[in-house]
Write a protein that binds this ligand. Structure first.
Ligand SMILES: [Zn+2]
Length: 170
């Protein structure tokens, strides 16, 4: 098993916890590329913590902020970290990633409704900033299908049976 797959599976462990907690089944991990160590792991908490901003990537970056900010100098720390998420980041998460100085993002499934990472990359807004971030989208078809099924099931449980997540499964 390669490292990318391994880290995505850890993100899916978080997504499973989110599912059990009754919120969007999305997870994310932050990995130090130099050491290979996982710095933080988090998950969606929108419905489990009643927090509209409780997305996996935002929670992840909050959890890791002491590794991203040097309070003594009031500087952002140059890092070589990668976010591995089960789902393409939304507008809020995409911009939080940019503002946190993360340069690499991998995700298992594209989000054709609220996914923003690819759209910001295409421009026209902030493209000079997003050019500094590299993406790896949907490297494994089976993990993309797994995330699509999990999110479709969550929408079904809330009474939505005809979302983009459902369509793309058929
Ligand atoms: Zn988000």
């Amino acid at each position: 098993m390669d490292d990318i797959y391994k880290y995505l599976l850890v993100a899916f462990e978080e997504a499973e916890l989110a599912k059990q907690e009754g919120t969007f089944p999305i997870g994310a991990v932050l990995v130090d590329n130099t050491t290979g160590l996982i710095i933080a792991r988090e998950r969606n908490r929108v419905f489990s913590s009643c927090d509209t901003t409780g997305h996996a990537e935002v929670n992840l970056l909050r959890a890791a902020s002491d590794r991203l900010i040097d309070l003594s100098t009031k500087q952002f720390i140059n890092n070589d970290y990668t976010i591995y998420s089960t789902c393409e980041p939304c507008p809020m998460c995409t911009c939080t990633i940019l503002l946190s100085g993360i340069k690499k993002v991998v995700w298992a499934a594209n989000d054709n409704t609220f996914g923003a990472a690819r759209k910001f990359k295409e421009g026209p807004h902030f493209s000079e900033y997003f050019d500094t971030i590299s993406y790896l989208a949907t490297p494994y078809p089976e993990l993309e299908l797994k995330q699509r099924s999990m999110i479709a099931d969550f929408y079904t449980s809330r009474g939505y049976v005809d979302t983009e997540w459902h369509k793309e499964l058929s």
